[in-house]
Design a protein around this ligand. Structure first.
Ligand code: BGC
Length: 719
């Protein structure tokens, strides 16, 4: 199949002129290449991102066209998808995105982002899945399969080691090659091998002295030679710096943010070098062949292409399902949650995030959502008028009240995005007027919260896309806008306050966490995020989200900060090596606020005795070194799980490989498998989990989170 495709692509490529080839390998619009009309080769049309298909821009300016036809389904962000720990839902989310991309006439959707969350301060963390390579790879592969069933290519990004926004265009990443291969590359490997990603986007940063978008090491040695990738490599927008290096690298398409398309490195400058004989035309042929193979795979030149659709009821339902399973119940000490709607006559919702929409922010991941249900609206919708729901802002962002809108995005930020190294740390500005306003809002909210008229008070705060944003990292993990002091004051007058926080990455909670009885974390949950949150708060949905990343007490507990550099200046040294996220915390006994894999339910699950089974003579995935094949065998953990409570619920059983004796040179514990299972009250099911990773010298820990290991299985791999 691959060979036939290649032959057809070669035949077509042989008929192209130099100019036509050049047109195909660089942006001729901000989101499209040039086609070749005389041969029926269309332009390649691209669009951001992972939470939905971005609005339409003018072909040559970052001015939104502004028609009404580009509102779309707004999906939960990648971190939320990861929190579901549900491969099927990741597939469904991808499928919605693929259908909408196709429905909007796109060929390539620029996502998902699979960079590892090395630090909680990276501004784009909300666009990424997890700190764990295995979890990221599993979910990304499912997501990509979902996208691509619609004859649309996913573009997995940003390849590779793109873990910060500060100086993102120039920063040189210093990382040991084994660490790179163990922590930062596996999710890309899974995305292209298991997910079959048809395109991949090079990263802005430099690695081993090369810009990733023109890196010989990454693109030729790893991607093409080791992983045998024959898809299309697209640059990040403005990530190409040198005509000759780019031309001779395995990059296929150069994209950028400016409208001088002819001046792109792989446009006129490359054509001239070829004409002068400084670069052989042959290097272009390979790029064009990759692009033509992609077009053939997507049926762009025949009449077999699938028809997409957007804004369907089905898509909204799927967005809701993902949002439901992404909500993480972090704390529920006295079983205060779920709230009983029957006991609520009058409740109070406090916090700007209660009444704020987020779709339009964050950078290139912005979405022109058909609608977005806020937490406040979700709660009101659920209570159906039988309960009076009052609202108090309690705090506001710098610059004052938002009146429901999140974004003050400057339409042209992307054009300017190549300035100043492309990004920096964004410090909270001390804005006196906003501080004063917040003081007033706080006093009002605290006075209201203390009033006996309210049966319940719910605080909804956290981050917004001023912090969770492309182009800037956070200086620390502190909650912005003096929310800590607000929460403390609220807890004094309302000890049973329900705290809900929203964000793409954790925040410090030390000032109040011991006093708060119930805490719910929701991410940017998409257009139905508020519906899902309300259903969890009022018990219509039993929460089943689990943290796909460590919630540190402070960023200072994160290895990137206390061992390595973050964000560095022109170089950033990943001195922490393999010890990323829980790999560091668990090895060195550092207690997080909430550990990797943590998430409570309104019911309880009991684990039976876990055992190992081996499937003999499986047609071995010979090249897949990560499936544990002791002589062609696949190893499974089999374990019975029983719902011992009186509500239906879902549990994610997690399997970690851990060292038998602590050796501080390697991570103590690593995720090696997981399955999510749904159980009615009293029901039990056998869960069978395929293990990935090297078992020798390890014991197998089965648990409900990395910090709640229920048992350790010994057995067949005893030496
Ligand atoms: C981002 C990419 C995005 C591209 C196109 C860049 O600034 O890094 O993730 O896909 O712009 O908008």
């Amino acid at each position: 199949m691959g060979e036939q495709l290649r032959e057809r692509a070669e035949e077509l490529a042989a008929r192209l002129t130099l100019e036509e080839k050049i047109g195909m390998i660089h942006g001729a619009e901000l989101f499209a290449t040039k086609g070749v009309e005389r041969l029926g080769i269309p332009p390649l049309r691209m669009s951001d991102s992972t939470m939905g298909v971005r609005q339409e821009f003018e072909p040559d300016s970052w001015k939104a066209i502004g028609h009404s036809d580009d509102f779309v389904t707004y999906l939960p962000c990648c971190s939320a998808v990861a929190a579901t720990w549900n491969r099927k839902l990741a597939y469904e989310a991808g499928s919605v995105l693929g259908a909408e991309a196709r429905g909007r006439g796109k060929d390539v959707i620029l996502g998902p982002g699979v960079n590892i969350k090395r630090s909680p301060l990276c501004g784009r963390n909300f666009e990424y899945f997890s700190e764990d390579p295995y979890l990221t790879g599993e979910l990304a592969a499912s997501f990509i399969r979902g996208v691509q069933q619609w004859d649309v290519a996913a573009c997995v990004k940003h390849f590779a080691a793109n873990n910060q926004e500060t100086e993102r265009l120039w920063v040189e990443v210093e990382v040991d090659e084994e660490v790179l291969r163990t922590i930062y590359l596996p999710a890309f490997y899974e995305a292209v091998r298991a997910g079959g990603a048809l395109t991949i986007m090079g990263a802005y940063n430099r690695l081993y002295g090369e810009h990733c978008c023109q890196s010989d090491f990454l693109l030729r040695r790893i991607l093409r030679e080791e992983w045998e990738y024959d898809g299309v490599v697209i640059s990040d927008w403005g990530g190409v710096h040198d005509t000759e290096l780019a031309a001779k690298s395995q990059l296929d398409i150069e994209m950028s943010v400016t409208s001088d398309f002819d001046q792109y490195k792989m446009a006129k400058p490359l054509q001239e070098m070829v004409e002068k004989g400084e670069i052989l035309e042959h290097v272009l042929d390979e790029k064009v062949i990759h692009i033509l193979m992609l077009m053939l795979r997507l049926h762009m030149m025949d009449d077999k292409r699938k028809r997409g659709c957007y804004n369907t009821e089905e898509h909204r339902q799927k967005a809701l399902q993902v949002a439901r399973e992404s909500v993480v119940l972090l704390k529920n000490e006295k079983g205060h949650l779920p709230l009983n709607p029957e006991n609520c006559r009058r409740i109070l919702v406090i916090g700007e995030n209660g009444d704020c929409v987020h779709a339009g922010g964050g950078g290139s991941g912005e979405i022109k959502a058909l609608y977005e249900i806020t937490p406040l609206m979700g709660i009101k919708k659920l209570l159906g008028g039988n309960c009076q729901v009052d609202y108090a802002a309690g705090y506001c962002r710098d610059g004052g009240m938002t009146a429901g809108e999140d974004t003050k995005a400057n339409a042209n930020w992307q054009e300017a995005s190549l300035e100043n190294g492309g990004g920096s740390v964004k410090y909270q500005e001390a804005d006196e007027a906003s501080r004063k306003l917040r003081q007033i809002l706080k006093e009002q909210a605290v006075a209201m919260a203390g009033s006996a008229v309210y049966d319940q008070v719910i605080f909804v705060g956290g981050l917004n896309h001023d912090q969770d944003s492309e182009g800037n990292d956070r200086p620390d993990m502190k909650l912005p806008y003096e929310q800590d002091s607000l929460i403390c004051e609220l807890l004094k007058v309302r000890p049973e306050l329900v705290v809900v926080l929203m964000g793409g990455t954790p925040v410090e909670m030390g000032e109040w966490i011991d006093k708060a009885g119930s805490l719910v974390w929701c991410w940017y949950g998409g257009m139905e995020g508020g519906t899902a949150l309300a259903e969890v708060l009022f018990g219509q949905v039993n929460p089943s989200g689990k943290l796909p990343e460590s919630f540190y007490k402070s960023h200072k507990d994160c290895s990137a900060h206390c061992v390595g550099d973050f964000p560095g200046t022109d170089r950033v040294c990943y001195r922490e090596g393999m010890f990323v996220g829980y790999r560091y915390l668990d090895t060195f006994d550092i207690e997080p606020q909430f550990c990797f894999g943590h998430g409570l339910s309104y019911t309880e699950f009991d684990y039976g005795k876990a055992e190992l089974t081996v499937a003999e003579n499986v047609p071995s995935e010979a090249d897949d070194k990560k499936v544990q094949c002791a002589g062609g065998r696949k190893v499974f953990v089999v374990c019975e799980v029983r719902n011992t409570g009186n509500r239906a619920g879902k549990e994610t059983v997690q399997v970690y490989l851990q060292q038998r004796a602590r050796d501080l040179r390697m991570p103590y514990r690593e995720l090696a498998g997981f399955e999510k299972v749904e159980l009615l009250p009293g029901e039990k099911k056998i869960v069978k989990i395929l293990l990935k990773g090297r078992l020798e010298g390890k014991e197998i820990a089965v648990g409900s989170s990395s910090g709640d290991i229920r048992q350790v299985v010994k057995g067949m791999f005893e030496e």
